[in-house]
Design a protein around this ligand. Structure first.
Ligand code: AKB
Length: 331
């Protein structure tokens, strides 16, 4: 029987251990769960600088405390587990990085270089590292932003992601390291919360709607940004990592699109399901970050090279988010 690369099949045969760094973050929690479903749970090692707030969230497989800036500790884990894949997700996101630029640069750059160097040293077959739409800046064409275009990011986060993309390409070219990357748009999911990003409003708004409260949005009503539902982001990540190496033509990072909407549009979509939900607007410093990013993304290269196709649009995502957020919490 053949299965598509994105099908979550549990198998007792694993290719080896997988290390997820930053496993307690918004993407990390869900990606760890998806990898544990796909492989044997005990083969997927979750690591983070702090344990998960809810211990049940990462139960079922190993957890290791790890500050990715602590190179000896990272090396000890790589030597111990000999991972066949490292997913390095730990980073400071756009809004937080602007508040602590030096630490953001250190974490986002030194963390990546620690991982890349150890991957070369220990012959780790594959590394995944997320980039972001933040690599683009105010000079970039905003609509259907192409894969290759003028970049000039003007946030610390964006500068670190653009530099990181170039490092990934360099390690691939110099060492043959199979490092792969996606430029995520804002990620929206019901299982985990984002923190410190400019796109976070699009998660918070659902929680307020379900709680029966009004929402105050930190972006203007007509601010369009590229967004993606978490199941699509997980599918994209796993499909990319399981695509044949010779199909991966972009060794910096792939543009990845799914949907694009404004706060006004997501409000309307929620109101279809939750009449009476109210939103007010109080733009803060995150507005300038959003204004410097693309409104929509051209992801032709990802579609052509490894068959990317999203499943969720705004309406489908909204129905799914509200259904799941309204589910009773099982004690
Ligand atoms: C952020 O808003 O900083 C992130 C991102 C788009 O990379 N969600």
């Amino acid at each position: 029987m053949t299965t598509s690369p994105s099908e979550p099949t549990t198998t007792s045969r694993t290719p080896g251990n997988v290390l997820v760094i930053g496993a307690c973050g918004q993407l990390g929690l869900e990606l760890t769960a998806a990898l544990r479903q796909r492989y044997a749970p005990e083969a997927v090692v979750a690591a983070d600088v702090r344990p998960p707030k809810d211990p049940a969230a990462l139960a079922g497989g190993p957890f290791e405390l790890l500050d990715v800036l602590d190179q000896p500790r990272l090396e000890a884990l790589v030597a111990q587990y000999q991972p066949v894949q490292i997913y390095h997700l730990a980073a400071l996101l756009s809004a937080t990085a602007e508040k602590d630029p030096m630490f953001a640069w250190k974490l986002n750059m030194d963390g990546l270089l620690n991982v890349l160097n150890l991957a070369v040293q220990y012959r780790v077959p594959q590394v995944y590292w997320p980039s972001s739409i933040a690599v683009f800046g105010p000079d970039t064409p905003r609509e259907h932003t192409p894969q290759t275009t003028i970049m000039n990011p003007n946030t610390v986060y964006g500068i670190s992601k653009l530099a990181g993309e170039q490092w990934c390409e360099w390690y691939h070219r110099h060492y043959g390291l199979d490092v792969r990357s996606l430029r995520y748009p804002g990620l929206i999911g019901y299982k985990s919360l984002p923190g410190g990003g400019t796109t976070d409003y699009a998660v918070d708004i659902y929680h307020k709607a379900v709680a029966g409260e009004d929402f105050e949005c930190f972006l203007k009503a007509d601010t369009y940004l590229p967004m993606m539902y978490m199941p699509d982001a997980l599918k994209a990540t796993l499909d990319l990592m399981h695509a044949p190496a010779d199909s991966i033509k972009v060794r910096t990072s792939y543009n990845l699109g799914a949907m694009s909407f404004s706060p006004a549009e997501i409000t309307t979509a929620i109101q279809q399901e939750t009449p009476g939900f109210q939103v007010s607007y109080a733009p803060d410093q995150r507005q300038a970050i959003a204004d410097s990013w693309p409104a929509s993304i051209d992801d032709t290269a990802a579609r052509q090279d490894w068959g990317w196709a999203p499943e969720f649009d705004l309406e489908k995502m909204t129905r799914d988010m509200l259904v799941h957020l309204r589910e009773p919490v099982v004690a």
